[in-house]
Design a protein around this ligand. Structure first.
Ligand code: MCN
Length: 730
């Protein structure tokens, strides 16, 4: 079962059109809600007038401000109200909510609301935090000794999520239906703000048409629809329009970085200094500061043995939508800095780009390896994965294939997947835990229902988790049902983000499965009239060691609910486990991109893309391939097409006419492979995450190939226009 390329069971309902998304939901007696949003980047609210049913920020008496889930030490966290009270700080910030019996009527009403704003000057770079990692003095010394230094200045372009289904929320007052990646976190945030007990609110997130990180965060509308439904005593439903999504979904990346790498004569990295300005937007979103600070900075050693690294991140506020996780979240930014430096260093030293990486990899013999920026990598064979990627890409043969306008690029990455050890996160300011919870409930007929705190929004969890448990218990895959996304059914949990579901949720499931086996052994010992210590369990059968006497899992399940047959054992077969990882799972890999540029138009065609990823033990290779492809599409999107553009606080890229997503015809066939030789050493499955892998390496690999093709420096996204201009300037 583990390692089997099973088809995704959840796809049945998607293909048959029976998925249950927010827009499919209709609550009896519902009122449709539309938000009135600020057209100003920064303004004082003077007055709001309307003749219809309307609430404004002033009506929200007694509510607590929104709080984020991770605050860095010494960070300022200005109050954020779900609807602005006196001042708006970004275009799209909610200022009022109106209600009507139909969506069009509510839209009309919203258009007739008169808001008197007094525009204020845009804030520019108001400081929110400074976060440092590593040893500044050691880096200064290393730089003084370095025989060569290379420097880069990079922009990591701001991106937005663009899921198929926009965000939405509907509530009866005691239930909140919302498309979220983290229903338990949302329940906590909403209940805290409303001042109600968690038992008073059930949060349901069924099918979600894409999350990509930005649906894992807490949004004002979640609290507002619950509050309004309670106040109006009628169900309330809101779903964002596409333009509204661009204006109100958290966005990702947005770094400006200056980095210097010191090298010795032979091209060994001796010191690295990184300074980054990270735009948080108008408010600190749930994990916005954590991603720009701890998550990003922790990976700035990368796969390289640089002895001294120092990172300083300055987070600042601006009049734009808050930034937070977007697939990759901090890790693509780190990879981009390191790989650009490695390429540039190779160029200046006149050595091959592959060779400079070989000289600097952390060898497997150095594992576990303590990086100068915090994390300790438990395992990984970076040179092996790298050589295999070069082989797959026929890197050595490229010189012969090369034509004018062709280029090849390399990117190596490491990722802190399996987010996160709660203890480590708390030491860096997290207010929430990052354990995961699995409950395994065996029915008297031996079928199993699993309740998990993770959330499936495209990752194939219903299939994967059933595979893990089927292997553990020997129960047929078809007899295992996976339940996620409902706080009424799953009492507690953390959610899906940071490629954590298999490494953390899967481990919780493995442990809960172990408890089922332990209890099953007790029951089987009675039924087999043997000592408990003599009972073994394998492939769905409890057996007395060294004999042919055995009893099936199904018979034990039946007996568990007919407790007349054994004394002194608590009836039932239903066990839970909380799993808090002891470390991150360090997925890693090497990607190679080959492309051609049409020098007349600046258009790029990816000819070949080869990726080798170490994600530890693979549960379902087919889903993994799909996850990698999806991630690669987003990574290529960042490199070539996507960019959120603000001009004086006005979002210019607020539609798909202006924000260019990659299309199928823009993507190549991917050659991807996994390397399973380095299973994660600290979780019982040996699994590392794969959900973000493609997004992390692809931007760096593409930009490396472009520089090779054209010999010019380009900024992401390298659009045809930018490329053409660069060619003309050359
Ligand atoms: N898997 C496996 N073996 C492993 C690791 C993963 O077989 N060692 C497979 C499993 O089938 C698992 C899937 O890959 O269901 C993803 O597992 P994992 O890497 O643990 O990632 P998560 O399930 O926690 O997903 C989160 C990740 C993130 S952070 C974003 S963002 C993202 C992504 O996944 N958003 C997605 N993939 C997405 N895919 C879709 N379709 N839609 C999104 O919004």
């Amino acid at each position: 079962m583990i390692g089997a390329a099973l088809r995704r069971v959840e796809d049945q309902r998607f293909l048959a059109g029976t998925g249950r998304f927010i827009a499919d939901l209709s609550l009896p007696g519902e009122l449709h809600c539309v938000f009135v949003r600020s057209p100003h980047p920064h303004a004082r609210l003077r007055s709001i007038r309307s003749s219809g049913l309307i609430f404004t920020g002033k009506d929200l008496q007694g509510l607590q401000p929104m709080r984020c889930g991770w605050v860095l030490p010494g960070m300022s966290e200005p109050p954020r109200w779900p609807m602005a009270r006196e001042v708006v700080r970004h275009v799209g910030e909610p200022v009022a909510m109106v209600f009507a019996e139909s969506r069009p009527a509510a839209e009309d009403l919203a258009e007739r609301v008169e808001v008197d704003y007094e525009p204020l000057p845009a804030i520019d770079g108001e400081h929110a935090f400074t976060w440092t990692r590593g040893d500044r003095a050691a880096v200064e010394q290393a730089m003084a000794r370095a025989s060569r230094k290379v420097e880069v200045e990079l922009v990591n372009n701001r991106l937005c999520g663009a899921a198929i289904e926009t965000r939405g929320a509907a509530s009866t007052g005691d239930t909140l239906y919302v498309g979220t990646q983290a229903p338990h976190h949302i329940r906590r945030y909403v209940c805290e703000e409303l001042g109600i007990a968690e038992a008073e609110l059930r949060v349901i997130s069924r099918d979600v048409g894409g999350g990509f990180g930005y649906k894992g965060k807490h949004y004002p509308e979640e609290t507002l629809v619950v509050w309004a439904a309670r106040r109006l005593r009628r169900p309330v439903k809101w779903i964002a329009g596409r333009n509204e999504s661009f204006l109100s979904d958290t966005q990702g990346r947005d770094h400006v970085t200056r980095a210097t790498l010191g090298l010795d004569e032979e091209g060994h990295f001796v010191g690295l200094q990184v300074t980054t300005r990270a735009d948080l937007g108008a408010y600190v979103s749930s994990f916005g500061a954590a991603i720009a600070g701890p998550i990003y900075s922790a990976l700035l050693a990368g796969v390289y043995r640089t002895p001294a690294v120092f990172v300083e991140v300055n987070g600042f506020f601006s009049n734009s939508v808050p930034t937070d996780a977007y697939r990759g979240a901090g890790r693509p930014e780190a990879c981009y800095v390191l790989e650009q430096l490695a390429d540039k260093a190779a160029g200046e030293l006149g050595i091959d780009r592959a060779e400079i990486r070989r000289r600097n990899f952390i060898p497997p013999s150095a594992m576990p390896y303590k990086t100068p920026v915090g994390p300790t990598y438990d395992c990984g064979d970076f040179p092996k994965v790298f050589e295999r990627a070069l082989e797959l890409a026929d890197y050595a043969g490229f010189a012969k294939r090369r034509k004018p306008g062709h280029g090849i690029g390399i990117a190596c990455y490491i990722e802190s997947s399996g987010v996160a050890p709660s203890r480590l996160a708390a030491a860096m300011g997290a207010r929430v835990g990052f354990y995961e919870v699995a409950q395994v409930r065996v029915a008297p007929d031996g079928s199993v229902t699993v309740f998990l705190g993770t959330h499936n929004h495209g990752q194939g969890h219903e299939t994967t988790f059933a595979q893990i448990l089927s292997q553990r218990l020997g129960v047929a895959f078809e007899r295992i049902r996976i339940v996620e996304g409902d706080t009424g059914a799953v009492p507690t949990g953390t959610g899906t983000f940071g490629s954590r579901s298999v490494a953390v949720g899967g481990s919780a499931l493995h442990v809960a499965g172990g408890k089922i086996i332990a209890k099953g052994k007790k029951i089987a010992a009675h039924l087999l009239e043997a000592a408990e210590a003599d009972v073994e369990f394998d492939a769905g059968v409890f057996r007395v060691a060294g004999t042919d006497r055995g009893i099936s899992f199904q018979e034990v399940a039946r007996a568990a609910y007919a407790p007349n047959r054994y004394p002194d054992i608590e009836p039932g077969l239903d066990e839970s486990a909380y799993y808090d990882p002891s470390n991150f799972a360090f997925s890693n890999g090497a990607h190679v991109c080959e492309l051609e540029v049409d020098r007349a138009t600046g258009e790029v065609r990816i000819l070949r893309y080869s990726a080798v990823d170490d994600i530890g033990t693979v549960i379902n290779p087919m889903i993994v391939e799909g996850q990698l492809h999806g991630g690669l599409a987003q990574g290529l999107g960042q490199a070539l097409f996507e960019r959120t553009v603000y001009d004086q606080g006005q979002l210019l890229s607020a539609s798909f006419m202006d924000y260019a997503l990659p299309r199928a015809s823009d993507l190549p066939m991917f050659d991807s492979e996994t390397d399973e030789s380095q299973p994660c050493t600290h979780n019982p499955l040996g699994a590392k995450g794969c959900g973000e892998a493609g997004t992390i390496a692809a931007p760096a690999a593409v930009m490396s190939a472009l520089r090779d093709a054209l010999g010019v420096e380009l900024e992401m996204p390298a659009t045809p226009h930018r490329i053409w201009q660069a060619i003309m300037r050359k």
